[in-house]
Design a protein around this ligand. Structure first.
Ligand code: FAD
Length: 478
């Protein structure tokens, strides 16, 4: 396990006392208060095991009112608080930096209602994403967000980070589909912004401020989300290309050729495919026969979803790529089992990286034409200290560079010698240093260089408005 250089503790925050815990005991049952070391350890550590906190207390309220009472007290007492969902975040936003108490949404996890006419689902923030989609399955519906952490991440966490994921290409950004939110503010007010109407232009759209604010402005307790009818048919195609340039052509062609029938468009390079295959523990397989020069190859995963004639759509796409001569080999899923295994080649990258080293992950946006170039540059720079994997949501111009660093020294080197280089490069091509994971603690030092001063000043003013004592998720973003 590795430690990250922490900003110093804000000494104006109160250190937790027994009397504070006794106050929480006055309205929370014993299962909602965790103080023993074994139970609180997982809340102190992020998914990548890079960020470690020192909380002594985890609170798991069951109602919005209980949470509001917690926040009112913490604000009065100046006790710092970190909201935590499924703790799958990748930028150190969900764990305490020092001794902040953790407020977990684990016990607020119910789906409250689903209106079949409007297709709006109302759900508590702590509902696991996969459980929410399981609930919607009998109605042939799904929420418009999906990602590899779906078995652990919560809808509240997805909204708080404005998660992107694999369905953005089909449905657009999540913020377009969150119709309403209920928020507990850092001062303990209940801010009711719930709404089930698709159209509601009644003044400032305050809920948008909380989408992507990573738990720094308020705690999301409830959400109204527009669900979508699932297409009846789907098929997954994995295309093997001789190099990145060919893969880029496949990406562009698939996007324009398939239009609305595309439901995911992903990329990984040959070296990354090998790393997944070598660390998949039976969860996937290699569908290709020619693996010569695989380190130069690149792969595009195309998911097609539609309601009729899917075989025809797949065949027409195959013919088109054949006609253009821009691939080496192609497979399409013939069964549910094969569909899952092919998906795991892309989904399993983070898991494989964590298996072989410490995952130092970068999540950038740029024109997809640069994906191959920046991968080669970074792989060459970091070859002594880490295995470099390169994958991402290429349909949306989102590249994930994940480095399996060999040891603690190598993690430090990544941060000190290569991180700034990467972010300067991103800036030079007009990209973003955080496509979908957020800023959290990890990217905070770089935010100041990548956002203009006026924008930053307004962000700070907004923080001041909602959280005058700066107790909510301190040390993150602003
Ligand atoms: P947490 O990790 O618990 O918290 C994340 C942030 O949100 C923290 O700052 C926390 O304070 C805040 N927060 C959580 N819940 C609330 C709430 N109710 N109210 C206010 N603030 C809250 N992300 C993507 O965007 N796209 C991907 O494709 C993707 N793939 C991933 C794959 C893997 C294997 C893993 C481990 C992560 C992936 N992520 C991805 C990152 C992560 O899963 C998402 O950011 C997810 O949305 C976080 O949800 P969570 O419930 O785990 O939140």
């Amino acid at each position: 396990s590795f430690s990250f250089v922490k900003p110093p503790r804000n000494t104006s925050f109160k250190k937790l006392q027994e009397s504070d815990i006794n106050y929480f005991r006055s309205f929370l049952d014993s299962h909602s208060i965790l103080t023993d070391k074994e139970s609180i350890t997982p809340f102190n550590q992020d998914w990548n095991k890079i960020f470690h906190g020192e909380t002594q207390l985890v609170l798991q309220p069951k109602t919005t009112e209980q949470l509001a009472k917690i926040m009112k007290y913490c604000n009065e007492q100046k006790i710092a608080v970190v909201p935590q969902g499924g703790n799958t975040g990748l930028v150190g936003g969900s764990v305490p930096v020092h001794d902040e108490i953790v407020v977990s949404l684990n016990k607020m996890n119910k789906v409250l209602s689903f209106d079949q006419n409007t297709q709006v689902v109302t759900v508590e923030a702590g509902c696991i994403l996969e459980a929410l989609n399981d609930y919607l399955k009998p109605f042939n519906c799904e929420v418009p967000v999906d990602l590899a952490a779906k078995g652990s991440c919560q809808i509240g966490g997805n909204i708080a980070t404005h998660a992107g994921g694999i369905r953005l290409i089909k449905y657009g950004p999540l913020k377009a589909h969150v119709l309403g939110l209920e928020i507990v503010t850092p001062t303990g007010q209940i801010l009711d912004l719930t709404n089930t109407m698709r159209k509601d232009n009644t003044g400032f759209d305050l809920k948008q401020l909380f989408i992507g604010s990573e738990g720094t402005l308020g705690i999301i307790t409830k959400a109204n989300v527009a669900a979508f009818k699932q297409d009846k048919l789907n098929n997954l195609i994995l295309v093997q290309c001789k190099d990145f340039n060919q893969a880029l052509q496949v990406r562009n062609e698939a996007k324009s050729f398939l239009g609305k029938d595309i439901s995911a468009l992903e990329y990984l390079d040959g070296i990354t495919l090998d790393i997944v295959l070598n660390n998949s523990r039976g969860k996937t397989y290699n569908p290709f026969t020619n693996m010569q020069d695989n380190d130069k190859k690149a792969y595009i995963l195309i998911e097609i979803s539609c309601n009729y004639n899917i075989e025809e759509v797949v065949e027409r796409l195959f013919n088109r790529l054949e006609e253009l001569g821009i691939y080496e080999d192609m497979v399409s899923s013939q069964s549910e089992e094969q569909y899952k295994m092919l998906w795991h080649l892309r989904d399993g990258v983070a898991e494989a990286v964590v298996h072989i080293g410490s995952n130092v992950a970068y999540d950038i946006s740029c024109d997809p034409k640069y994906f191959g170039e920046i991968t080669n540059i970074m792989r060459e720079r970091c070859k002594q200290i880490a295995e470099t994997t390169s994958c991402g949501h290429i349909g949306d111009g989102n590249l994930h560079l994940m480095f399996a660093a060999h040891n603690e020294e190598c993690v430090k080197k990544m941060e000190e010698e290569h991180e700034k280089f990467l972010y300067d490069w991103v800036k030079s091509v007009g990209g973003s240093i955080s496509a979908e994971h957020g800023i959290g603690l990890q990217k905070r030092p770089y935010l100041w260089e990548h956002k203009n001063q006026v924008a930053l000043d307004y962000m700070k003013k907004l923080k001041e408005v909602f959280d005058p004592n700066h107790i909510l998720n301190p040390y993150k973003i602003v």
